[in-house]
Design a binder for this molecule. Structure first.
Ligand code: NAD
Length: 427
């Protein structure tokens, strides 16, 4: 062994990037299916990756250049769809990998979209609101040739929000000469956003957890749940399950976790957006670290904060009987293998948190039809779509000796491959 070779599980998994993860998942799913190797090879690569330079006039009058990306992975099932993130770590390879994840996520939900992802290499905390608006408008202009309501529909992601989408949509519409609400999703409802969009990813995590609890014949009212990351996804998932009667015994934010074996009233705990620091500062509960929360002896663990928190280093100490992924990519591949060996089911992100892109699809339909849906309708249709997707993944899981993650990727790949097969290759 040379000095450069990795020596531990955690060192080995550090090596895997988003694009490598996406390719590995593709290969695992392809091994179970009779898919043309040419189609699999096509799906290993993005269709296009755009790199743009965005000049920004800072508030003090100086000019600074920023780099932006937009990766298009596959559009065989419909227009590209995926978020725009503003983060210092944005890079081309990450955008490509995340665009591939979006292809699988849209396909497992049977949405008529393909996968995209993009962003700007910037720390949004370094920008004033005016600077963020100018950056967003110029980014929209630079991407204008490759986006559109029929071609590629961005959405919010890390560091971007409904306000960012409003600026983006306005800049695009001004140049097109007509209001084009369907060019982005995740807008405020007053300009064509959908009611229920912001809470949808957490709600879908709740819906899927409820189905998984039922699948294993547990009683939801006897189920204990720990949620890492009491933000948009985590708080909405926790409140959904709390309403069903589950006992939410631990929640956390970036500063730490709180634990009460008797369970919290989740409406008493303010989420991170409501008041940052309120979770870890909550009185009447035992304090824990985020690491300790992940290792609690609970029925269900929902990592809903950031990626790569369940690793080769801690996976053997996890005591939960089931894991439902609220965040994108919280389980490294080494941890996934350990959970497989230990028979701990892991319900994957591409299914569990797909409520966000599903309600984005509803938003796009509302924009095209210029007709707003009531919140109750959004909830009903989301429930229907989540149960349908759950049913398809469960059928694959029952039919083969595989993990829940493989089952979800098989459902996705089968649909994408069939569409490629039906459309053929031109010329
Ligand atoms: P958020 O910012 O609303 O909440 C994140 C929460 O995690 C906060 O409580 C924060 O304090 C906590 N946190 C941040 N860093 C942490 C750390 N290092 N350790 C422990 N806790 C930490 O974010 P969100 O929108 O809820 O997104 C959470 C995850 O879900 C991300 O992986 C995101 O990509 C994924 N996701 C979000 C959406 C969406 O539309 N909001 C959709 C699908 C997936």
């Amino acid at each position: 062994m040379t000095a450069a070779e990795p020596t531990t599980e955690s060192e080995i998994e550090e090596e895997e990037s988003a694009v490598e993860t996406a390719r590995r998942q593709l290969e695992r799913a392809a091994a179970h299916l009779d898919v043309d190797e040419g189609i699999v090879e096509r799906l290993r690569h993005p269709t296009s990756v755009y790199r743009v330079t965005i000049p920004l006039e800072r508030d003090d009058g100086t000019r600074e250049m920023f780099t932006g990306y937009r990766a298009h992975h596959d559009s065989v099932r419909g227009p590209y769809k995926g978020g725009l993130r503003y983060h210092p770590a944005v890079n081309e390879e990450e955008c490509v990998g995340l665009s591939m994840w979006m292809t699988w996520k849209c396909a497992v939900m049977d949405l008529p979209f393909g996968g995209a992802k993009g962003g700007v290499v910037v720390d949004p905390k370094d920008l004033s609101s005016d600077e963020k608006e100018r950056l967003t408008r110029r980014f929209a202009e630079e991407l204008r040739p490759v986006i559109g309501s029929k071609t590629d529909i961005p959405a919010p992601d890390m560091g971007t929000d409904p306000k960012t989408m409003a600026w983006f949509m306005d800049a695009y519409s001004m140049q097109e000469g007509e209001t084009e609400p369907g060019v982005v999703t995740g807008k405020p409802p007053v300009i064509g956003g959908s009611y229920g969009r912001e809470k949808a990813p957490g709600r879908s995590v709740g819906i899927i957890t409820e189905q998984a609890i039922d699948y294993y014949d547990w009683d939801v009212t006897d189920t204990t749940v720990a949620v890492q990351g009491f933000g948009s996804v985590g708080a909405n998932a926790a409140r959904y399950l709390d309403d069903l009667g589950a006992s939410i015994v631990a929640v956390s934010d970036i500063d730490g976790a709180i634990y009460d074996p008797d369970g919290f009233d989740t409406n008493d705990v303010e989420d991170h957006d409501e008041t940052p620091g309120m979770v870890s500062g909550y009185a009447d509960a035992q304090s824990l670290s985020n690491e300790e929360l992940l290792e609690l002896d609970v029925d269900v663990l929902i990592p809903a904060a950031i990626g790569n928190v369940l690793t080769g280093e801690n996976a053997r100490r996890v005591q939960a009987d089931m894991i439902v992924e609220g965040a994108n990519g919280p389980t490294t591949s080494t941890a996934g293998q350990i959970f497989e060996e230990r028979d701990i089911p892991v319900i994957p992100d591409i299914l569990a948190n797909a409520g966000g892109v599903t309600v984005s699809y509803f938003e796009w339909l509302q924009d095209i039809n210029r007709r707003s849906w009531r919140l109750e309708r959004v909830h009903e249709e989301l429930q229907t779509e989540m149960l349908r997707a759950w049913g398809c993944v469960r059928d694959e899981y029952d039919a083969r000796d595989i993990t829940w993650r493989d089952a979800a990727y098989i459902v996705a790949l089968e649909r994408i491959a069939e569409a490629h097969d039906a459309r053929g290759l031109w010329p």
